[in-house]
Structure formats: C-alpha cells, structure tokens
Design a protein around this ligand. Structure first.
Ligand code: HMG
Length: 460
C-alpha cells in the first residue's frame, strides 16, 4: 500500500485566496487600548488586522475562495470530486460549511450541478486544513477519485474578547487549494509527514461562545512542544527514507523554505528559533553559537511547556534570534511567508497556507525543485510537519494568486466601526463596503423550522 501512495505524484495545483475588503490598523487598535503601538507592530509583528464585513462569515469567505479557484482554472462542477472545508469558526454545529458553499456555488453553476460531490468538514483548530489536505491527497493517490480535482478550503474568523491579550491577533481569510495528480505547483512528500498530538486545553471555544477561551502564554508553549514532536517524527521518517544519513545531520539543510502556522508573525520567529536550536544542537557550528549565547538553560523538573515559556528559555531564545546565523537562515527561508500574514492577522486554518502564497508572491529567485516545509499547528493540540517540492510550472500559476494586490486594495476602518462589527451591532445589510460580485449572508431563519438557518445569495 505504501508503494501505491509513493507511485502517484499528488499535490497542490493552484491556490485562490480571499480576504475581506476592510481592515483595522494595528496602531489604531494600540492607541485605543492604551498600548504602545510597537508592542503590536514589533512585539507581535502585526501591522493590519483583516476584519469581516457585516455580510460576511466563514461560509461566504470559503465560497468566494472556491469560486475564484474554479473560475481562474475554467473548472466545471463535473471536474470536482470533493469540496472539503476546514474551519473552527463554522456557523453551525451540525451542518458543514462545505454544504453551504455547495449551495452558494450552485447559484452560479446551476441548481443540482454539484450534487455528485463529497462535502465533509474537518475540525482541529488551526491544523484542520492540513489534515483535510492529507485526507484528500491520499484519496487521489489511492485512485479512488471519480473526478480529477478536489478542493480543500480553509476559512476562519479569528475572534477574541475586546480588550483581551488575544485581541491584536484577530484576523480573517480563506484559501482554497486545488488538489490533483501531477500538480503544477507543489508535489506532496507523504513519506516524511510527522504528527505530534497532545490532549491539552491551551485554546478552545465552547459551542455557546463566539470568542475563544485562551491561555495565551501557555498556548505558545503547547505550539512549540507539538511542533517539536512532529518535527522529530518528520526527521525520523527522512532518516528511514535515506534522505538523511542519521538523526545527527541537520534537517534544515534539506528544507529550502518554510511556512509555519502564524497566530502572529513573532510566534513563527519563536518556532523557527526553537526548531533551529533543536536541529543544530549537535552540529560542529553550534560551538561557535554557544560561545555567543551561552549554555542552554536546564529543563530540570519542568514539563516541556513550562520550559518553553520559562523566562530563562525565552531569554536564551531571544539571544539566539539576534545571532547572524539565525537571522541569515530566517531571512532566507521564512521571512517572506510572513509578509502577507502581518497584514491579515490570525486566520486559523488558512494561516499556514497563506504563508505559502506569500512566499510565492515575494520570492523572486527560481524556486523550481525547492523543498517547502510546512509547520501546521492547531490548539487542543496537534502539529503536522510535512513538505512539498515546487514544480517547474509554478511560475505561471502563481501569477494569478494576487494576494498582495487584494491586501493593498482594502479600506481602513476606525476602531468604533470595528467594535460595532465585533459586537454584532451592524445588521447584515449594513456593510461598510457594499457587496458587489460576491456572496453575502442574506438572512438568518427565525421560524420554528429554520431557526438559525443561514440564507446566502450572490450580489451582482
Ligand atoms: P502578551 O502576553 O500581551 O504579549 O500577548 P507578551 O508580553 O508576550 O509580548 C509579546 C512581545 O511583545 C514580546 O516579545 C515583548 O517583549 C514585546 P518577545 O520578548 O517575546 O520577543 N513587547 C514589545 N515590543 C516592542 N515595544 C514594546 C513592547 N512591549 C512588549 N513596547 C499572547 C501575547 C500570545 C499571549 C497574546 O497575543 C494571545 O493571547 N494571543 C492569542 C493566543 C495565541 O495566539 N497563541 C499562539 C500559540 S497557539 C496557536 O497558534 C493556535 C491558535 O492559532 C488557535 C488555533 O489553533 O485554533 C491561537
């Protein structure tokens, strides 16, 4: 069975992104909250927060990304096998967003035109889309698919309480991934994929709440712990496959660029620094680095999470991030993935994949044949570390991602308007930016048989 999986080259053929057309400036939020702006812009790395308009929810964003993906590839419903959505901010505890997306698409392609598709929804906090993608790629690799393409859509609205420590890390976006055999963009390397999962409570959202409950600093430690478990698994798989001679070799030497889940860009710096400390610890070059930053602090009597959030470790990691060795590796392999993210904020399931799109839009060198590593994390908690090889046709495909263009075209809103939207004080038809050529949430059922049901329509 392993051999069958390895025989077919499967992966991501194209990407379409959707971001709401309004944003809140991080400096405006800082001023309103009495926080030094640099704490958000430099401390967290966030410049702008993407804010959903009154007519938007995770389903409209998913439908917009999917429609764009289909239109730019001239796809018809019969070309599609699955529309598989990953989200943690779906509006319904029973009906999946994927089915709402199907309904919206049928307003464009004809009633019943998608009745042949499979349409599940996957949930695992921010790592859900990576799980969904692996499922769908395995299905295509197995040969069970009936149509050539499957679409995985990651869509989320990251929302915390007003005035909370998580508030500056809010955001919203969707990204649709087109999956197929012999893709033009990225070929998946299933044999290396590593998982790290721990039953934990760093972040969760009970069904009765619209905002998440989060233990912020603790969640940072969980992210780092799970990422290390998954990375170790990935590395062992590379050794098993003969890609590395032993666990003492550097894994990072095999990775050309990387995208991590980014709740805020600084988190990715923490993650990459922890990853490099772990990867380089046994290499000859570490002696030189150790001389600059001193010995690693002791872990004695500490759990992994306690260690990762201890002041001693944070100071040690900060010293490492100031070394030229770290800066060089970070600038060469990670920094470009965060250019878009710093203008969006957290978008939960979509974040790690927006990082991939950001790389493609900002890297000017030839990426053909390069290995791109993915570090996907979801609270609760689980990390997936996996990789892809960039395909020669990528240059033509990425010309149409246009994420930077969309981000630059957005309209800035004031803190008052943001707070009204956050607290649901604007009606569905009181959008800041009147919808045009897009799906909107039109109404929500109030009768006994449709209470809470969501009705969507396309506005020309
Ligand atoms: P905080 O505790 O207010 O911030 O919020 P802090 O005190 O940790 O400071 C952050 C950085 O700002 C530090 O930088 C400060 O020094 C710096 P560092 O020392 O670490 O390099 N700073 C300043 N810099 C410049 N000028 C200043 C200044 N002041 C301070 N004046 C926290 C941080 C993460 C707790 C908060 O944002 C939060 O609760 N966020 C939500 C939870 C979260 O994002 N967790 C991340 C890991 S879990 C995850 O990624 C999963 C998630 O996406 C959900 C899912 O999976 O579904 C959240």
């Amino acid at each position: 069975m392993g051999e069958t999986l390895l025989m077919k080259q499967v992966g991501i053929d194209d990407i379409a992104t959707y971001v709401p057309k309004i944003y809140l400036d991080a400096e405006d939020m800082a001023k309103a909250r009495g926080v030094p702006p640099e704490k958000i812009t430099k401390g967290l790395g966030i410049e702008k927060l993407s804010i959903p308009d009154a007519h938007e929810d995770a389903a409209t964003m998913a439908a917009m990304a999917t429609l764009m993906l289909m239109e730019k590839n001239n796809l018809q419903p019969e070309d599609i096998d699955f529309i598989h959505v990953a989200t943690e901010t779906g509006p319904d505890a029973s009906k999946p967003i994927s089915c709402y997306v199907q309904g919206m698409l049928e307003q464009r392609y004809g009633k019943g035109s998608f009745d042949h598709i499979g349409a599940p929804e996957t949930k695992f906090a921010c790592v859900g889309a990576t799980y969904a993608m692996i499922d769908r790629l395995a299905y295509i690799a197995s040969g069970w698919n009936r149509a050539p393409y499957s679409i995985v859509v990651a869509t989320d609205i990251a929302k915390y309480e007003l005035n909370s420590s998580g508030e500056p890390t809010q955001g919203a976006a969707a990204i649709a991934l087109l999956l197929k055999e012999n893709p033009r963009l990225l070929v998946y390397e299933p044999q290396f994929t590593g998982f790290g999962t721990v039953d934990d409570r760093d972040f969760f959202r009970p069904v009765e709440r619209t905002t998440a409950v989060v233990n912020g600093q603790y969640s940072v430690g969980c992210y780092l712990r799970d990422m290390r478990i998954a990375t170790d698994a990935y590395k062992r798989n590379m050794v098993k496959a003969g890609m590395l001679k032993s666990l003492n070799e550097s894994l990072m030497d095999k990775i050309d660029l990387a995208s991590f889940h980014s709740p805020f860009p600084k988190m990715v710096q923490y993650a990459f620094a922890s990853f490099l400390i772990h990867d380089w610890r046994n290499l000859p070059k570490w002696n030189q680095i150790s001389q600059k930053i001193g010995p690693e602090p002791s872990r004695e009597k500490m759990t992994d999470v306690e260690f990762y959030i201890s002041d001693n470790y944070k100071d040690y990691r900060k010293n490492f991030t100031n070394t030229e060795e770290f800066i060089k590796e970070y600038e060469a392999k990670v920094a470009d993935s965060l250019k878009a993210i710093s203008l969006i904020g957290n978008s939960y399931t979509a974040s790690v994949w927006l990082g991939v799109a950001s790389h493609f839009e900002h890297r000017k060198d030839d990426l053909t044949g390069k290995r791109i590593g993915i570090g996907s994390y979801g609270s609760g908690s689980s990390a997936i570390v996996c990789s892809f090889i960039v395909q020669p046709e990528y240059k033509e495909v990425v010309k149409n991602i246009k994420l930077t263009y969309k981000l630059n075209k957005r309209q800035k809103i004031s803190v008052d308007v943001y707070e009204d939207l956050h607290e649901g004080r604007r009606k569905l038809n009181e959008s800041i930016n009147p919808p045009k050529n897009e799906f909107v949430l039109d109404s929500i059922g109030t009768s006994e048989t449709d209470f809470g049901y969501r009705y969507y329509k396309y506005i020309e």
